[in-house]
Design a protein around this ligand. Structure first.
Ligand SMILES: [Fe+2]
Ligand SMILES: [Fe+2]
Length: 231
């Protein structure tokens, strides 16, 4: 090994925190307490969605890749739009880094499975919440942060649901690995929403809880990572 290679591997080892761990190195599933996620969400994923997802994993994996990229993009937009808060900038910077890492990891999984990239339109889920976003500031910002918390919490709930039944142990392990960062993202978005709002956000959270639960439980013609009950 040359000096530069050894420096590089030392750097990689130092950088390999839990969130940047090489997925090939993951040995055992991380145990994460999801009770806060389940309390926050107004519903649980139906068995029929889980069955449909298992029957069409390539679609779920492709949509998951799209979701990771969109999560980073949304956080980047927030970062440019709301520059006044140190806390927001710092949390978003970390979030973008982690979502891009997840994106890279999902691309790696697709490559390993021999799955070609395929265009997949966005489902109704995020749009279905964003259409209720208030149009004036700072309410618009608070709503986007609350919606972000729901998307992260639901992702977490779905990863756990899939990990419990998936036959492919490598994929199941990867989904369990994601629980920790995605549940932290949920808490970060929610804490930012509350700390940046002058009013209590409980009522707004309760409103989006109903909207989100309806998008998840009502019939949906498309299968996506965050789609509703298969029609
Ligand atoms: Fe992610
Ligand atoms: Fe996330």
């Amino acid at each position: 090994m040359t000096t530069s290679q050894s420096n590089l591997s030392e750097f990689s080892a130092a950088a390999a925190t839990e969130d940047s761990a090489d997925i090939n190195q993951l040995r055992k599933p991380l145990k994460v307490d999801l009770s806060a996620v389940y309390d926050f969400l107004g519903s649980r994923t139906s068995q029929s969605w889980v069955d449909a997802a298992i029957a069409d994993l390539p679609t779920i994996i492709q949509d998951h890749a799209n979701c990771e990229k969109k999560a980073a993009g949304t956080a980047m937009n927030l970062m440019f739009r709301y520059e006044f808060s140190y806390d927001l900038q710092r949390k978003l910077a970390q979030l973008i880094r982690e979502e891009m890492l997840h994106y890279e990891q999902v691309l790696g999984i697709m490559h390993e499975r021999g799955q070609a990239w395929q265009y997949l339109s966005a489902g109704r889920y995020a749009k279905g919440m964003l259409k209720h976003k208030r149009t004036y500031e700072p309410a618009a910002m608070i709503d986007v942060l609350i919606i972000g918390a729901f998307i992260e919490a639901r992702s977490c709930e779905r990863f756990a649901a899939l990990a419990a039944v998936i036959d492919d142990e490598r994929l199941a392990r990867y989904y369990r690995y994601l629980l920790k960062s995605e549940s932290r993202h949920f808490e970060d978005y929610l804490a930012l929403a509350q700390s940046l709002s002058e009013e209590n956000i409980d009522e707004r959270v309760a409103f989006f809880k109903t909207v989100e639960a309806d998008l998840i439980s009502s019939p949906d013609n498309e299968l996506r990572f965050h789609s509703g009950t298969p029609a």
